[in-house]
Design a protein around this ligand. Sequence first.
Ligand code: F6R
Length: 364
Amino acid sequence: EKGNHRHFMQKEIFEQPIVVAQTLKSYLRRIDDCVSMPDMEFDLAGFDRVSIVACGTSSYVAMIGKYWIEKFARVPVETDVASEFRYRDPVLGKNQLAIFISQSGETADTLAALKHCKAAGLKTAGIINVPTSSMAREVDLLLPTHAGPEIGVASTKAFTCQLAVMAAFATRIARAKGVLSAAEEKDIVHHLSEAPEAMNFALGHDEDIEAMAHKIAEARDVLYLGRGPDYPMALEGALKLKEISYIHAEGYASGEMKHGPIALIDDHVPLIVIAPSGPLFDKTVSNMQEAQARGAQVVLISDADGIAKAGEGTIATIEMPKVHPLIAPLVYAIPVQLLAYHVAVAKGTDVDQPRNLAKSVTVE
Ligand code: F6R
């Protein structure tokens, strides 16, 4: 039931601190500050390549997972949308782990990719929300998310729970590979367990975001920019906005702006910039300022330091708490989701059942 919420999507956005905490609880062992995983019949140290395959919003978790696994475990990762994976006849090696991410566990393309990898003799792992689903039954290693049933067609809480599991898994692979010390693991566990509180704080901006949504709702096109893990977050922001508000939106890696999309910029195009302060911040801000010089209406999502440095000349800023880069995607997902939600409500669309979309895509 929706409780006091107007839509399931809104309820599911607000549930995130609780369901992410619930999910983390089954992967973080607080007695010794270790990541703990279900028993597995294979040794993670034996893999020297990882493939991650998923569709839609789940595929953005794959992309963020690539940053994390490569950074922490120093294992090369390739990511594919499932509908492309089989048809490019991927080179599959024995020492390759294949990870599949799905809320429903029934998405036809992802399930077919999973069967393809199994037939090729690969070990498979699945980050899956529905424990009784086809994919949950097929994978060698099931890493469940504990988001509970997701009713809104647009994925929200499943996404952040998938991120939580992916972060834990990246840490576990890094430990198995011997490239992460116990102290570093402890540090990661601490940061991850701070995520739900930071997400709660982010939810506190609901009303400010609602207030600015009316302006965005008038736009015909919206661009999202981010760098590093915030690039998949920009893709997610654009997908969420287009699917529920029907406004055309695109996400770009900040550095790609000048390779084409900047031609779209004029003073009617809102530009949503996702840029926590940190080593990548100045570069993203310089891309943002190039767009501002051409009239872009910038909404900057950053922390207090970032906003103090670059908030001038924007039409709005959304201030996130200052968080460790590892948990930033979990926290920054919230303003991105709330913005799409409030724009859709302002436009009067059917938020929980957007046109032409199904919750579970069981045909290719
Ligand atoms: C977007 C959305 C879809 C799904 C995609 C994959 O909000 O919900 O893009 O993420 O259809 O679905 P699952 O995760 O069930 O495989």
